[in-house]
Design a protein around this ligand. Structure first.
Ligand code: FAD
Length: 420
């Protein structure tokens, strides 16, 4: 039997840690959530700035496929707390959700703060305690959890621990991946943390960068290898980012790791076929500048024309001497050479983390009995679309259930044997 005297330390007050806290508190366990930051859920609040894409409405088999090779590992946790359960949970906290045109699920308030506030109120009412400005730095010589606080180092004992320390993107929001070396020193296999849903670097010319930094390329299609995706991208100071780039980021990152570069092809008018484009481009240009002609004939935005010019110059060609047919072809296959991956600090999420081989089915780290792990610190990655939060919530709940079961099953006997 568990008792309110059992104390579980949860480290990390993001979606995964808070969900583990909810499950454990409901199970009658005394829970303290520790976090290095002065308040909870900073990355969750940041996700709310984009509307808070909580999850996705597609059928579970398609949904699971987004987790790529980690799908079989995550299946049980997500099946136990699937997208519909997450929507019901949000609604119960006073934040009903809706399905957007793309199938993505958002709270009607389209932000995270009301949901987080209601959640923290619920956890408070369930007796969950919070200790902020507590940076976990490992275990001390007596096996106690060690935290750096404003009053110096503090040691904490716990019957079980849930680590929910996040990945390494946007470190100013709290998750900096500092936990990786602590666990690696304990012999835990950790796949290196790498940018996921990230931008890429491109060697733009000074002219292009100065004129088009921050400009969106709307309604484009990107091709890379066998992948072709439609969406939007944004020109940045050092390269390119945005939804359609993020969606291809795992493939692009792996290609760059091998070849040190990757070439994307952008279709600027994917909705118009070659023949029609060529027909429109055959119209007499008269005295119009090429930019004006392209804008009027095929509705290319200034940044799209700029990209075309940038690519032709790089290829040693000239747009004004291209035949309508060649230009039509080029408009729907503009090459962009990616020279590197943008820093992890700017990525939406991280790939890599604690290897699933280190975990048992209850999300306990086998080499560290009584220590559970959840959320983005585990070795999975997924595109944007609600998959990141869904998996963080679901694995947080699974680790919470795991810790609860562990306390029930093993703690009484451990206590009995240590008191003999
Ligand atoms: C700009 C942006 C937008 C996003 N939008 C979406 C979206 O719309 N939909 C979606 O599904 N996902 C989105 N994400 C991703 C999503 O927010 C994360 O995947 C999710 O927050 C991960 O949850 P987590 O609990 O595992 O980790 P986190 O939310 O990162 O929480 C980990 C916590 O651990 C704490 N911590 C870290 N190290 C220590 C330490 N040593 N000691 C004590 N505490 C520590 C941190 O302070 C943090 O509070 C977005 C991310 C970003 C950056």
């Amino acid at each position: 039997m568990t008792s309110p005297d059992n104390h579980v330390a949860i480290i990390g007050a993001g979606p995964a840690g808070l969900m583990a806290a909810e499950v454990l508190a409901q199970g009658g366990i005394r829970v303290t959530v520790y976090d290095a930051m002065p308040s909870a859920g900073r990355k969750f609040l940041m996700a709310g700035r984009g509307g808070l894409n909580l999850t996705h409405s597609e059928p579970l088999p398609q949904f699971m496929a987004r987790y790529r090779e980690a799908a079989p590992k995550l299946h049980a946790a997500i099946a136990a707390f699937p997208p519909d359960a997450l929507r019901t949970w949000s609604e119960a906290l006073g934040e009903p959700t809706f399905i957007g045109t793309s199938g993505r699920v958002f709270p009607k308030a389209f932000k995270a703060s009301p949901l987080l506030r209601a959640w923290l109120r619920r956890l408070d009412a369930a007796g969950v305690r919070f200790a902020f400005r507590h940076r976990w730095i490992g275990w001390d010589d007596e096996g106690r959890l060690a935290f750096q606080t404003i009053d110096g180092t503090k040691a904490v004992t716990a019957d079980a621990t849930v680590l929910a320390l996040g990945g390494a993107s946007w470190p100013r929001l709290g998750s900096d991946g500092g936990w990786a070396s602590i666990l690696a020193d304990r012999g835990i296999a950790i796949s290196p943390l790498r940018p996921a849903n990230s931008g890429f670097t491109v060697s733009w010319s000074d002219v292009f960068r100065a004129r088009f930094e921050g400009q969106p390329l709307k309604g484009i299609a990107l091709s890379f290898g066998l992948h072709r995706l439609r969406g939007e991208a944004v020109v940045t100071q050092s390269g390119i980012e945005g939804g359609v780039i993020y969606a291809l980021s795992a493939e692009l990152r792996e290609a760059i790791a091998v070849k040190h570069e990757a070439v994307l092809h952008v279709a600027l008018r994917p909705d118009i076929d070659q023949l029609e484009l060529a027909r429109r481009l055959s119209a007499p240009r008269g005295k119009q500048s090429l930019s004006n002609f392209l804008r009027k004939a095929v509705q290319l935005s200034p940044v799209a024309v700029g990209l075309l010019q940038e690519a032709t110059i790089n290829a040693g060609q000239s747009l004004s001497t291209m035949s309508p047919e060649r230009l039509a072809e080029f408009i729907n296959a503009v090459p962009i050479k990616l020279t590197g991956v943008a820093p992890i600090a700017r990525a939406i999420s991280s790939a890599g983390g604690i290897s699933f081989d280190e975990l048992d089915a209850d999300y306990m780290i086998r080499k560290l009995p009584g220590v559970f792990a959840a959320g983005e610190m585990l070795d999975w990655e997924a595109p944007t679309g609600g998959y990141l939060l869904q998996s963080s919530f679901a694995t947080g709940a699974a680790a919470g259930r795991g810790a609860l079961e562990w306390l029930k099953r093993y703690l009484p006997s451990l206590r009995a044997s240590s008191s003999q």
